[in-house]
Design a protein around this ligand. Structure first.
Ligand code: SF4
Length: 322
């Protein structure tokens, strides 16, 4: 049984021009102790899908269909009071950009202690003891609990965010672009830290990134999104070695190979389409070099193409005219 199962999720944002179909029928699951990478270009719906799990959508966003099953509950239908029991204690999130996510005028120790006091019913002293343990767990000396966010480097602030996400021993941690904007050395340290914590604490993790090399290092499973749709899912190794979707192949080719010849990485021509009036058929067809008539007319389903490997592309099921 998966720990978390998202089925046919649809999340729309109201705008004066019409509904933006940011997530449009997305399905994926997360097993116990597993890490799932959600990848795709900016604006493909991966952060919206993850924020929907915690029901942290902006005011103009709404879940219009599908379900988010967690331990027998549909998170999409919980009341705000019920959701408060799930957030932090069952599912927590490491937000993108630690400087924006932390309160600049509060000491980091007080910020980490806040969810602990709220959910664990501990007094100040016991909560601060837990804060010290958490800081040491993520490699920050406990004395630094009295410092403010601006006194930390970018990497250290991200460690504070990770400590905060672990404050109430959640089962699932969602990490939204946890290493974006950090330099390569610090990125490696943060990814190593996440990997260690996942192993030692038995966490399940959803990692959101546009950087496939981050997924390759830290995830077991991968799900590729394009224009609000899931286009390929499967084991990380299968997807890298034997991708069955042209978009995934182009994403992989867009990253430099540090061991190969010194050539400029490929790029994907064109832009993400409007999600108010998305293209007919396969959403990727205006940018796909293999597209033919069927791609414009019919949306491909996400179908099995191997053991635990699924892809949504007509090339896998129909004969392409020469
Ligand atoms: Fe390209 Fe057609 Fe496959 Fe879409 S369905 S990815 S347009 S070949």
């Amino acid at each position: 049984m998966p720990l978390l199962e998202v089925k046919d999720l649809k999340v729309y944002f109201s705008t004066p021009e019409g509904d933006v179909k940011a997530v449009d029928g997305v399905t994926f699951s997360l097993g116990e102790g597993e890490s799932l990478g959600l990848a795709g270009e900016s604006g493909c719906g991966k952060t919206t899908a993850a924020l929907s799990i915690m029901r942290l959508l902006p005011k103009n966003g709404r879940i219009v269909g599908g379900s988010i099953d967690y331990q027998g509950y549909d998170l999409a239908k919980l009341t705000p009071a019920q959701l408060r029991h799930v957030r932090w204690k069952h599912i927590s999130i490491i937000f993108q950009g630690a400087m924006n996510a932390l309160n600049p005028v509060r000491r980091v120790g007080a910020q980490i202690a806040e969810p602990i006091k709220l959910h664990e019913d501990l007094d100040d002293e016991a909560a601060m003891k837990r804060v010290h343990e958490l800081l040491e767990l993520v490699g920050i000396p406990r004395e630094r609990a009295t410092e403010y966010p601006h006194e930390f480097s970018g990497g250290m602030r991200q460690r504070v965010m990770i400590a905060m996400a672990l404050a109430c021993n959640p089962k699932i941690v969602i990490a939204d672009e946890p290493v974006t904007a950090l330099d390569v050395m610090i990125q490696a340290q943060i990814l190593e830290l996440l990997e260690r914590l996942k192993r030692e604490l038995g966490l399940s993790m959803i990692l959101i990134s546009h950087d496939l090399s981050v997924m390759a290092e830290t995830c077991d499973q991968m799900a590729i999104m394009y224009a609000g749709k899931m286009v390929e899912t499967g084991n990380v190794r299968d997807i890298f070695k034997n991708s069955k979707h042209p978009y995934t192949k182009e994403l992989i080719a867009a990253f430099p190979d540090i061991k190969g010849a010194r050539v400029l990485p490929a790029y994907i021509p064109g832009d993400i389409p409007s999600l108010i009036h998305p293209p007919t058929g396969c959403h990727f067809h205006p940018r796909c070099k293999f597209a033919w008539k069927l791609c414009e007319e019919e949306e491909p389903g996400l179908l099995p193409v191997g053991d635990g490997h699924c892809a949504a592309c007509h090339l896998n099921t129909a004969e392409r005219p020469a």
